[in-house]
Design a protein around this ligand. Structure first.
Ligand code: CA
Length: 413
């Protein structure tokens, strides 16, 4: 392999998805991850188009500020290209992609980011997430409505507020310039890794495996071990004193490594009849896209919907608990009624009595009471019978109990 061994890119379709909609790139100075969305309508196309356009920015720049500007311009150009592609291929409407990229310039890197792919930095053995997710749940966390822990299991955790695509002509892209140090290790990854493998595990792999390829393979393996429900892409870059971190030749992985399938002779993709027939009411637009355009009204609507959902969940719980309590009370009442249909004969002080109920008590609740006193005296009974009476004699019913009393009275004469 002709790579310098300081950077690498890997991508895997995962265990559930039919195709890989992620793309990854490790070039001379530039490193990129893009995670496409659009379900049947071209998430793979979106990430490939964006990545290939952003790849054009892989050059040496006079300064990190120049690199930052170039990166920002490349992402904007990719956004326009996606919109143009959708215009020419309406069946791709609704496709979009995340892009997270770093462009090295000497002792600094320029960074550009949109979506929920992530950029991490391992420095002095500690992993730090550099980018913020442009997701609905991250908005909720930032505004203090939910905690980071709640966000991790939130039903809307995959909803993106910002992506590149055909929705917004001027997408809000985060860019910055950061200093790098020899020994730094950068990781760019799609949410197929960061949503399923813990930061601790990622940190451990990056800290303990010196070889970039082996470390990337370990991260893939960790995600597959978690079931890999999504496509997984990871790009790792090691920074050393040489100022060179790049891969030569460049490594392209995922969807961008394949030919763009919609560029047929007719310039059109074949119409996907089965999906249309199966879901005649669903437009291909936004299917499985998880992308929601960013607007305050829309965000408020989402928050309201979440509250309604939480309220419904609480009511369901409450009704469930009431049903269980009512069930227990009814069962206890029926049980008590059953015990009160039983009789037995026993001692009551110095005489013999018929008791209603059962001899056992449940805590402070007595399940028996004297039904009727008799004139039979314990002392008149033969010793063995006296013992039997004090141990109690159960009867089949009230008349059986009376018959027992009669036998005792006869024996006592
Ligand atoms: Ca993904």
């Amino acid at each position: 392999m002709a790579t310098s061994g300081k950077s690498t890119a890997v991508s895997h379709v995962g265990k559930i998805r039919a195709n890989n909609q992620d793309s990854g790139y490790a070039g001379s100075h530039l490193f990129v991850v893009a995670d496409g969305m659009g379900g049947h309508a071209g998430g793979d196309v979106a990430s490939a188009i964006a990545l290939k356009r952003v790849m054009d920015a892989d050059r040496q720049y006079a300064s990190a500020a120049d690199a930052e500007f170039a990166l920002q311009s490349a992402l904007m150009a990719a956004n326009s290209l996606l919109a143009e592609t959708v215009f020419e291929h309406p069946e791709l409407t609704g496709m979009g992609t995340t892009v997270s990229a770093i462009l090295r310039s000497g002792s600094q890197i320029a960074l550009a980011h949109i979506g929920d792919s992530r950029i991490y930095l391992l420095r002095d053995g500690k992993l730090k997430q550099i980018t913020a997710d442009h997701t609905f749940v991250q908005r909720l966390v930032d505004s203090g409505r939910i905690t980071q822990e709640e966000a991790a299991v939130h039903p809307r955790r995959s909803v993106l507020m910002r992506v590149l695509g055909d929705v917004d002509a001027a997408p809000d892209i985060d860019t910055t310039v950061l200093d790098v140090q020899p020994g730094d290790r950068w990781l760019l990854c799609s949410d197929g890794l960061s949503s399923y493998v813990s930061d601790d595990k990622i940190e451990h792999a990056l800290r303990t495996i010196p070889d970039v390829n082996a470390a990337a393979e370990r991260l893939l393996r960790d995600s597959l071990d978690q079931g890999a429900p999504d496509n997984v892409t990871a790009v790792i870059v090691d920074i050393d004193e040489t100022g060179e971190s790049g891969s030569n030749p460049a490594i392209v992985v995922g969807s961008a490594a394949l030919p763009l399938t919609f560029e047929g002779e007719s310039g059109r993709r074949p119409l996907r009849l089965p999906s249309l027939l199966l879901h005649p009411l669903k437009s291909t637009q936004h299917e499985d896209s998880h992308f929601e355009p960013e607007s305050d009204e829309y965000l408020d609507e989402l928050i309201l919907e979440d509250r309604r959902r939480a309220r419904r969940r609480r009511i369901t719980w409450l009704v469930g608990i009431i049903v269980i309590i009512v069930g227990i009370v009814v069962a206890l009442l029926l049980g008590y009624r059953w015990t009160q249909s039983l009789y037995y004969v026993g001692a009551n002080g110095s005489t013999v009595a018929i008791y209603q109920g059962v001899q056992q008590d449940i805590g402070p609740i007595s399940l028996h009471s004297v039904y009727t006193e008799t004139s039979v005296k314990l002392n008149d009974l033969p010793t063995y019978m006296r013992k039997t009476v004090t141990d109690t004699i159960s009867a089949q019913d009230l008349s059986d109990a009376r018959a027992i009393i009669k036998r005792l009275a006869d024996a006592g004469k």
